[in-house]
Write a new protein. Sequence first.
Length: 247
Amino acid sequence: MSHGPALTESGRLLADMAAPHIAALRDAPAALGRATSEAYGVLRITTLPDLASLVLAPILPGFLARHPRVDLEMVFIRRTVDLVREGFDLAIRASVSARLPSSALVAKKLGPNNIALYASSQYAARRELPKRPEDLVEHDNVVFFSGGANEYHLKGPKRSVKVKVTGRVSGDDFFFVREAVAAGLGIGAMPCFMATQELADGRFVRVLPEYQYALGAMYVMYPPARPLPAKVTAFTAYLRENAPRFL
């Protein structure tokens, strides 16, 4: 068996120094393949405070345990956000209509956006609750939208009805609406997930329980990309698996 020329001492030293780097280059394609399939990095998410606090926060420990190389940054913005221009990976939004507005974003449905009417038990004790949607105009109302007036699009078992209500108290935050209702200031509409504990504790009662606000849905939305970052794919799949039980 023939052998090549023997290395000099300097040659052996150079070979020993180069060997780890040659091995790293040889293994680079496999490492890049793992990197593209493994979720890692900061995931920037824009959503609403109520969704983040009551739907997302309870399920985040499981996601972070499953994906230890991902960090989450939550930013609460009510306005429409340009995800690409403002540097967000995805948005989680609620719609009150059957269809989302036209958009280039990819939208995946998480579950229904159920909105119902509630009153505190103390309000129910001093006022007879409405028996028909039209009775709402005779009651104190906590109005979600600013301006002191709101129109409820209510869907019942036999009919759908629109009722315009006014209220001395209004706000553009569902946490405020919930606390105002809890203080006995009137009847208020809010997502069902915001009143779950209050109903269980007996602090809230459903008003017109056979009616709900015209149903929309919750969505996770992200810009189209090929390939989609693994952190976006992983978080979207985890949300669709775990978020519906809180909605």
